[in-house]
Design a protein around this ligand. Structure first.
Ligand SMILES: *Cc1c(COP(=O)(O)O)cnc(C)c1O
Length: 304
C-alpha cells in the first residue's frame, strides 16, 4: 500500500482585493489583486497549480518519490518538499551549487519536510535535462517521478489553465499582469483566457526574449494578445536594487500586502511604471496576480 495514493493538497480560495493606491489618484483606472499567495501556507501561489496535476500523475503511476531541481532559494524546491510531505511521498531535491552550511531557510525547510538534498556543481547541473544524466539519477536513487526545474511541463500548464478559468468567473477585468520565470504559468493563463483578456508577463530575468518562444511553445501558438515586458528585471534573476527595496516598503505600508523581491515586486513596480507612462486607457481594469514566493522574502540579495 502506497501512502500518497488519492490524497489531495489542501487549498484555500484566495480573495481579490481592490488596491486604492495613491499613484492612481485622479486616473480612471482600477487595480485588482488576486491574492493567490494565500492559497496554501507552504505551496503557495502558482506553484500549487503547477504541482496539482503532476502530483496526481505521480500518484496514478504509483511513484513513491518525487525528484526535482532548483537553486538554493527556489520557491519550487520549497513547494515540492512541502507537497511531498503533505501527500506522504518521498522527495529528492537536486540543488545547483555547493552545499553551504548552515543551510539557508529555504533548504532548511525543504530538509525539514524530509526532502533529500543533493548538491551539484554548476557545471554538472547544466546536464540536468540530458537523458544520460537522468539515467544516472535513476541508477543512484531508484524509481522517481521527475518534475523539471521550475516545475514547468504540460501538466503544470494544465493546472494553471484550470486556475485561469476560475479567475474568469470571479471578476471582470481587461488586463492580467503576472511575473514570469520560465513562462509556464503565463502559458496556462493564455490558454485559460482563450484570448478574452490581454496578458502582460513581466520577465524577472535579464535576457528574457526567449520567454516569448517558451510561452508560444506551451500555449500552442494560436493566441497572441499577450506580451512579455522586459524592462523590470532590476539587473537579473534574484537581483535587487535600493529603488526596488524602497518600492516594496512603500507598497507594503500602503496596502498591507507583502511582496517578494524576486518576482512579485518587480512585476508590481512595472505595473505602476506602465500606469505612469499612460499605457492603460481610461476605464481599464487591471488584474494583478500575486503568484506567492514569500518564503524567499527574508533572503534579499542587494545589488548596490
Ligand atoms: C516560480 C514563480 C514564478 C514564475 O513562474 P513560471 O511559471 O516559471 O513563469 C512567478 N512568481 C513566483 C512567486 C514564483 O515562485
Amino acid at each position: 500500500m502506497i501512502k500518497g495514493i488519492d490524497k489531495k493538497l489542501s487549498y484555500q480560495p484566495a480573495p481579490i482585493l481592490e488596491l486604492n493606491d495613491t499613484r492612481l489618484n485622479g486616473l480612471d483606472l482600477h487595480l485588482l489583486l488576486k491574492c493567490e499567495y494565500q492559497n496554501h501556507p507552504f505551496i503557495s501561489g502558482n506553484k500549487w497549480w503547477k504541482l496539482k496535476y503532476n502530483l496526481e500523475e505521480a500518484q496514478r503511476l504509483k511513484k513513491e518519490t518525487l525528484l526535482t531541481f532548483g537553486g538554493a532559494y527556489s520557491n519550487h524546491i520549497y513547494a515540492t518538499a512541502a507537497a511531498a510531505k503533505e501527500l506522504g511521498l518521498k522527495s529528492i531535491g537536486i540543488i545547483r551549487g555547493e552545499k553551504i552550511l548552515p543551510l539557508n531557510p529555504t533548504l532548511a525547510f525543504a530538509e525539514s519536510c524530509g526532502m533529500r538534498l543533493e548538491f551539484l556543481s554548476r557545471e554538472d547541473y547544466r546536464h540536468k535535462t540530458e537523458e544520460v544524466f537522468i539515467k544516472q539519477l535513476h541508477n543512484k536513487f531508484g524509481d522517481f517521478y521527475l518534475i523539471p526545474e521550475g516545475g514547468t511541463n504540460e501538466l503544470a500548464v494544465k493546472g494553471v489553465t484550470e486556475f485561469a478559468s476560475s479567475v474568469l468567473h470571479e471578476t471582470e477585468f481587461d488586463y492580467l499582469c503576472l511575473p514570469v520565470g520560465t513562462g509556464g504559468t503565463m502559458a496556462g493563463m493564455v490558454i485559460g483566457f482563450e484570448g478574452s483578456k490581454t496578458i502582460l508577463g513581466f520577465s524577472v530575468l535579464k535576457g528574457g526574449e526567449f520567454l516569448n518562444d517558451e510561452v508560444k511553445k506551451w500555449s500552442g501558438h494560436s493566441i497572441d494578445n499577450w506580451s512579455i515586458v522586459e524592462d523590470y528585471h532590476f539587473g537579473g534573476y534574484a537581483k535587487t536594487t535600493k529603488e526596488l527595496e524602497i518600492f516594496i516598503t512603500e507598497f507594503e505600508t500602503q496596502h498591507h500586502v507583502p511582496l517578494d523581491q524576486v518576482y512579485t515586486a518587480k512585476m508590481m513596480f512595472g505595473v505602476f511604471d506602465l500606469v505612469k507612462k499612460g499605457v492603460f486607457k481610461k476605464g481599464t481594469t487591471i488584474l494583478v496576480l500575486h503568484t506567492g514566493g514569500l518564503q524567499g522574502r527574508s533572503t534579499r540579495e542587494f545589488n548596490f
